[in-house]
Ligand binder design. Structure first.
Ligand code: DGJ
Length: 731
């Protein structure tokens, strides 16, 4: 009896309820419940995913699945099995498929046990073990629920004990089920200089797949995140929205399938394309993490949940500061010398930024890197261009009074390089076909541990010789081409997966040895932006397209998933028709940087930039760590506006942009969000051109948060590419 009571209490502590052989597992944040439940068969189903249920006593009413009578009178279980394998009675897309040693293609897993662990006080990890009763296959599901941030992170481990290796043809991270009247998908697609374009479609019967097959520059055409409007199109401030993203810097796949009873399943994971994975006995295959948040108040709330979660738990140095910088790529390209760089370092100091960042073109001697066609792999400083080497540059930066950062691309190799001459078998390249070059380069075979050592040594050597290097920009300009790993030989099916795992080994080693080193993730613009890579990078480069008008859309869309402090934005000379003020005001809504020389600006612009940098430095706690609100969508008119609100709601920064207003177009007041209605805020326009006074009607006045959120600011204008930055300070 005593034992039974103890068992019951233990079960309650673990958040499960036992009713006649039924196990219920409640995975909750403060706002969302994901409830899993076993059926009589022992198979595990998703019985609820939605807003948190208020009464514990209601949980007993939930069912594992809904039995549907079939035409022959038998009862068919129809529901969402949590991790459906192939070959069961569910005729839609499975999460998992494996061929067993005897050739059988079916796997059906049943509940074995589960446990719940506390993590960091605010998060709980639920670990569920499932197994097949016919074949020795074990599936372990992991869910970490972050209570306050309302985010759930889930992944799966797969293991078997068959005599010989088995082949997996599907191995998703997770599957979620939904039942709504309509499903609307927001997906993001792009290319170089045209990142993260939004498109919306209604999902109807059948499948919609978002995937990539690019291998390394993985998100060049499709982005590893989506928003799902349940019952209605995704709206900013109302409606049920699921925002989901996969942490995998390689080929990923999201499958959205609406079935015969109008239910939707969303399966997220590695793209199994050309990747039937051979799993050895007792080897554990760990899938990437799928991260999601369910908002009952639209996309804005979903973004803020992800932002806070990322800053608190996922992003490298998520709570730390960020360095403002001056980069030289746009102003010099490959054409620089020590004098040009040291002059730029002085300009960086004068601007007031923290660091000078040297871009591509500083290395290789036999095949000097004076263009993108040669030299990748030869990470020795180019003596003809920079006779004093990297130490000389670090010294000049120190003399100028700024930190020094440097660009690298360690995962790549130029066919014209000493590295290639020495190690031709280190490149991913077909032994029996004419090579195809993307940006005149090849991808290194990072499934090979020797190549991983080499890639790690690129950072390690630079850091050992120059411990004062303060920052790396880590680029990755080519997708995997000539798909063949010399290292994996006959196991080419493992290439796409093992390559990415090799990349992570390198990232991990760099982070372990240099935990405080800030790093920018870059991939020919923004083709790498996922939450696994961001464990190792403090920020990512959103796009080489720094035309401020284009950036308004690009930043708008990336902000749906990634926190502001992870999004690098630079002022450049793209779109000279836009004023330097407009370009700066656009970059300042993210992690501000510059990639422009004083030669490209007039003295008034330079003065303006100095003031903007000072404002950014003063307000960066609010900008980088505050809550971000998208106020006016650039997709809905000729204006856009966003704002940051400090955690304590005492300060806020509002940005309004007039893109291309129509003649006589109505100028609506911009209604603010996230303020404290009972606080009074003084309104002050900042980032004014030298000698100009604010024309903002409300400038200098004080209003309640309530007024500013209900009535708003008359901040929009009919000017072309006109912008305003407005600081709000609570009294
Ligand atoms: C692509 C990046 O996006 C650019 O910012 C620049 O670093 C170039 N590569 C250098 O080759």
């Amino acid at each position: 009896m005593k034992k039974k009571i103890i068992l019951f209490l233990l079960a309650c502590i673990a958040g499960m309820h036992i009713q006649a052989q039924q196990v219920q597992i409640r995975i909750s944040t403060d706002e969302t419940d994901l409830i899993l439940q076993t059926a009589e068969t022992g198979r595990l189903y998703q019985s609820y995913l939605g807003a948190k249920l208020l009464n514990e006593s209601d949980l007993k009413n939930l069912k594992a699945y809904i039995s549907r009578p079939s035409t022959d009178g038998s009862v068919v279980p129809r529901g969402w099995e949590v991790y459906p394998g192939s070959g069961a009675e569910d005729f839609f897309e499975p999460a998992f498929a494996m061929q067993h040693n005897d050739g059988n293609l079916t796997t059906i897993v049943k509940y074995v046990s589960h446990e719940v662990k506390e993590i960091d006080g605010n998060a709980k990890e639920t670990i569920i073990k499932l197994k097949d009763e016919v074949y020795p296959v074990e599936i372990t599901l992991h869910y970490i629920a972050y209570a306050k941030e309302n985010v759930i992170k889930t992944w799966t481990e797969i293991k078997h004990g068959e005599k010989k290796p088995v082949t997996m043809s599907q191995y998703a991270s997770a599957m979620l089920g939904f039942e709504a009247t309509h499903y609307f998908l927001n997906e993001f697609s792009g290319d170089w200089a045209s990142e993260a374009n939004l498109s919306t479609q209604e999902l109807r019967f059948g499948k919609k797949i978002i995937d990539t097959k690019l291998g390394s520059r993985a998100a060049m055409h499709a982005y590893p995140f989506f928003q799902l409007g349940l019952g209605q199109e995704v709206q900013e401030n109302q409606g049920k929205v699921l925002a989901g993203t996969i942490g995998w810097t390689g080929n990923f796949r999201f499958t959205f399938e609406v079935d015969n009873v109008s239910n939707l399943r969303v399966i997220s994971g590695i793209n199994p394309y050309a990747s039937n994975y051979e799993l050895k006995p007792n080897e554990v295959f760990t899938t990437p993490e799928f991260i999601f948040t369910l908002s009952e108040e639209g996309a804005g709330k979903a973004s803020r949940s992800l932002h806070t979660w990322a800053r608190n738990y996922q992003l490298k140095d998520g709570k730390g500061d960020r360095l403002t910088l001056l980069n030289n790529w746009e102003s010099t390209s490959y054409d620089f010398n020590e004098k040009i760089l040291s002059d730029l370092m002085k300009e960086a100091k004068e601007l007031g930024v923290d660091m000078f960042l040297l871009d591509d073109g500083w290395f290789a001697n036999k095949y000097p890197r004076n263009s993108d066609r040669v030299g990748l792999g030869d990470w020795e400083v180019m003596r003809s261009k920079l006779p004093d080497g990297v130490p000389g540059l670090v010294k000049s930066a120190k003399e100028a009074g700024v930190k020094f950062g440097i660009w690298i691309e360690p995962e790549m190799i130029s066919p014209k390089s000493e590295l290639f001459e020495k190690h031709p078998d280190w490149a991913i390249m077909l032994p029996n076909r004419e090579p195809y070059y993307y940006r005149s380069q090849l991808v290194l075979d990072l499934s090979n541990p020797a190549v991983q050592d080499y890639a790690f040594s690129v950072v390690d050597k630079l850091m050992t010789e120059n411990p004062d290097i303060a920052y790396f920009k880590w680029d990755c300009n080519s997708p995997v081409t000539n798909v063949y790993s010399p290292y994996l030989k006959e196991k080419q099916n493992q290439m796409y997966v093992d390559h990415v795992r090799g990349v992570y080994n390198v990232f991990r080693r760099v982070k372990e040895k240099y935990p405080d080193l800030p790093m920018m993730l870059c991939s020919g613009g923004g083709a790498r932006c996922d939450y696994e890579a961001l464990k190792y990078f403090t920020e990512f480069w959103c796009s080489d397209n720094t035309d401020p008008v284009e950036r308004l859309y690009i930043q708008w869309n990336f902000s749906k998933i990634f926190p502001i402090k992870s999004m690098a934005a630079h002022v450049t000379s793209w779109n000279r028709a836009a004023s330097v003020k407009f370009r700066t005001d656009v970059a300042m809504m993210c992690k501000l940087g510059f990639d422009i020389s004083f030669e490209e600006m007039n003295p008034e612009d330079v003065e303006f930039c100095k003031g903007a940098v000072a404002n950014f430095q003063r307000l960066k706690k609010v900008i980088l760590d505050g809550n971000f609100y998208r106020l006016v969508s650039p997709y809905e008119g000729n204006h856009t506006a966003v704002m940051h609100v400090g955690e304590d709601k005492k300060q806020a920064v509002v940005y309004t942009y007039d893109i291309h207003p129509r003649f006589g177009g109505k100028l609506f007041p911009v209604k603010l969000e996230g303020l404290d209605p009972s606080k009074n805020y003084t309104v002050k326009e900042i980032n004014l051109m030298p000698g100009r006074t604010s024309q903002l009607k409300e400038n200098g006045n004080t209003y309640s948060g309530d007024y500013l959120m209900k009535v708003g600011l008359e901040a929009l204008t009919s000017g072309q590419m006109n912008s305003r930055v407005i600081e709000l300070t609570a009294e």
